[in-house]
Structure formats: structure tokens, C-alpha cells
Design a protein around this ligand. Sequence first.
Ligand SMILES: [Zn+2]
Length: 488
Amino acid sequence: MPTPAAITCRASHLGSVKKLDPAILALLREKIPGHFGEGSGNDIDLVLENAVLDPFRFRAGPLVSSLELHLALEGLVGSGAGAARKVGLIFAGGYAFKPGIFGLMFDRGFRTNDDENPRFTTPARQGCAVFLDPIGRLRAPGIPDRNTSQDFQKEVLFTATHELGHVFNLGHQENLNNFMRSSLPGSVFPAAAFKFLEGQKRILSRCSRDVHVEPGGSKWGDLGPDIDIRDGGVYDRPPGNLPVDPKSPLRLQIGLAMTAFHYYQPMELDVKLGLARGTKASVTVPDRVDCGYPDFTLWIEDSDGEIRRYRPLNHYCSLPGDLEIKPGKPFRRDISIFGQAGGYTFRKTGPHRIWAEFQIPGGRCIRSNVLDFELLGPGRKMQSRADHRKLVQIAGPALFYRSLHLGSRSGRALKQLADSKGKDFIADRAAACYSLGRILAKRALAEKGKADARTAIRHLSVAAGYEDIGINRRHIALELTRQLKRLL
Ligand SMILES: [Zn+2]
């Protein structure tokens, strides 16, 4: 018999969350290793260990951001290769971008590297989070101390096991009672769902000898040659396997501010989901227009013709929710596409193409327009360009996560970039002004801070005044400016 894979799961609270009762943590320490031991025929020897994050480094509110999760994971399991037999389980109040979800699984975050040869790979499937406030709202409504509620305890156990299942490369299995089913709003699943299915057990039992199961070993959904993907359930879709619905009244449109740029430049993709002209009735779609769901996919064709999926940082496990698209009122959002899980998104110079697909009911999808763009090479090595590139690279994480968290080096570079003068790098300066303006606007609106509001208005007006900023970003910049002016 092979030696079981010894996996240490370090569990911790993050942010100002009402903590789990020690009795619940003790229950998790007992039950979760048991489920994985049994589910893997004792090939997984999981130990759940309580850990404490440095309270001075992490001062997140009840809602945590993607960046805070990534920093917390680093705090729990360390960084670099060889750390894969440690995984992180983070309990937080809620996820800032999707406050209703119970949990998510995530890869190591976006990183930049200042040197000439950035490394693009970092371990996948090493962290997961369970969000206690939405679980409390739905499973222990009206109960003064949610920790005492049986349903709350059961849902925390179910969700933590489910998210760790993703860490071991299991997908969703929706139609049968099992740990990898997505929780539903109504009630916690019955005891019969607290188990792994036979196919899932076949996968888990390979952990000690297959990197496609071992945490950190392969991307989520990459099961290698020896595993039947049907055993794993539903993952992100492979390219082009969904037919386009020609009759759908929905129209998906994407836009980019520039058609030629460098790999390190902060590119945002504008996404618009609206209705065809003349459509009279609203259309309801799942509220999943985000790369963290398998329903929404960005496809990238590299200069050598390879088609790949934009690799999101997070994989959401959500309750069902709807988005209503009304005539004349399209849904708009933007997505920072220059970074993805592991590092920069674009790696090869030359012509590229990008398009989006959104899955709609009935096993079909709608497809966006296709954008062509050129990824620029290093070009002439002017000193000013080299200095500028270095600044943009250092500012990369602050631009990508839109956060000045921890007053980091990256945050300082973002401010420097936003205040830079000269016309040569106006596109990067406009992007920096937009990001910094949004960060400061958020803080100003939350804390009613007039100084922040004034600085935010100044940066947002630079962004909105830049011709190629894109319709979404100009719209958001002007709307935020209106709200901020009310504070003054
Ligand atoms: Zn899930």
C-alpha cells in the first residue's frame, strides 16, 4: 500500500468576523479528516490545524477582498514551490465582490516580477474560504448566537468539506446528494449528502501518487491522462463545445481601450450584456457574468494560434441568483485582464484575439464580438521607457486588485504613476488615475472623508478625460465623481 499523502490544512479566521465557537472548530478538526480519509480509502492523511494570522498585517473588515485572501493564504502556508502539501482554509465574514456566496476555492494570486523573465506559474488549488455571515443569515435567522444553531454548524462543515474537495481537484456534482453539490438557499442538505460518490473516491484515492489530485499539483479541472473527467464532475468548459444560440435576444459585447500594448500594461476589458434592438421584454439570466464561474469564459488566441481560457483567480460556489437585463439598460462591468492566476496573462508578442462566451439555459451560449490586438515587444531600449516599465510593473498588483492594501511598495508606485507628467505614457497614467480614483472614492464614501474625496475627484477627472479610457470606465468615473461631490 502506498504511503498516504500527508496534507496539513491550516485554518484561520480573517478580518473582523464573529468567530466560530471552539467547539465547532473541534468538530471540524474531527470530521473533515475523517471524510477525506474515508473518501480516499485512507490515501489522504489530512490534519486540520488551527492557525492565527498576524492581526497587525491583516486588518480586513467583515467583507474580505481577493487580495486579502491571497495574502492570508501566503501567511498560512508560506510561498514558493514545495509548499503544496500545506493548504489554507480561511473563515471570513463575506466576500466583498459577491457578499452572498458561502465559499470559494482559489489559486495563488497575481504576481509581477521586476526582472526580465517573469515566472508565470505558481501553485493552483491551495486555498479556500468559507463565508460565515451569509451562512448565518440563511441557516440561523433570528438566532442570537448563530454558533449554537445546528443548521449553521452543519452548513459550515458541509461548505468547508466542499471547498477542500475543490482543492483536491473535484468539480461540482449537482444532481446527487454529495459533498460537491452546490448548497441551496432553502435549507442545509440532509445527512445523506455528507459523503463522496464512488467516482470522487476514485479520484481522491490517487492523491499520494497523482499531481492532478494533490493540492497545488495541476490547475483545477486538469485531471491528467489517468482520470475519467466524468468522475470529477463539472469544471470550466473546454473551448468551443457549446453551440451558439442564434435566436437569443441577448447581445454580448466586449471592448478594449487600446489595440496595441505591452504585457505589463494595465488593460481592462469592457463587458456589456444587453438586448438586441427592438426587444421589448426583459430577459433574466443567472447572475454569473464573471470569470470565476464556468458560465462566463474569456477565450484568448495567442500569436501562435493556441486558444486558451483566461485563468481566473477564484472559483465561486454560489447560491442561485438572477440578473435582469431590461431593454435599454444593459449590464456593464470591466475585468482587469492583464493579470490572471499565477502572473501576467499575455506572454507572446504579436497578434492576439480575445472573445467572451456566456452560457445560457438550454445548453447553448452567446458569443461576443472578437477583438484583435497586438502585444508589443520590448522595442527600443530608451532609458525613460525602461524606468516607466519598471514603475508600471511594480504598480501591477495595486492596479490589478485595485487596492493600496498594507501601504505597499506597489501602492506607492501606483500613486507615483498617477501623478506622473508628460504625454508619452498617458494611457498608463489614465489607468493608474482610474484605479487610484476608485480606491480613494471607496474609502471616501465609506468614511465620509473630504480629503480622499477631493483627491479621488482629481484622479477620476484625469481618467474620464482620456480619450481611449473606454465607455464603462468613463461612465463609472463620472458616476463616482457625482457621488463624491455630495460629500464636499
Ligand atoms: Zn463549489
